[in-house]
Design a protein. Sequence first.
Length: 138
Amino acid sequence: MGDRAICMTSSEKSDAEIVCLVDDDLSVLKSIERLLASDGLSVRRFNKPKEFLTYVQAHAVPLVVLDIWMEEMSGLEVLAQLGALSPSTRAIIITGREDPTVKLTAIQSGAVAFFTKPFDDHQFLNAVRGALALHPIE
């Protein structure tokens, strides 16, 4: 165990602070990126869900903020594939449509939080910090 702690580099520690954003609306991506950056977090943006799924196959992703309603594929489809590709990745769902059935499905599929836009910035940041704290450092 001691060797493992010694081998951990500062860049590996900072990877635990990277949040991926997946939304096909560029204005939403930019605004959430600014919000997360204001809290000291690094962000990787994806406006195409399939590009994110390709990325997660080769990179450790502690947390993804994922929109539900996207043209290429739904956030629920991404969440289902994410469970197979990277089971330790936490997901926070965002949506512009209030839909209790979708919310229930997302939570049952492993989402750690669900927000309807527009959402409270402080509650959202608390959920992000909480999800990152749950992620095991590998």
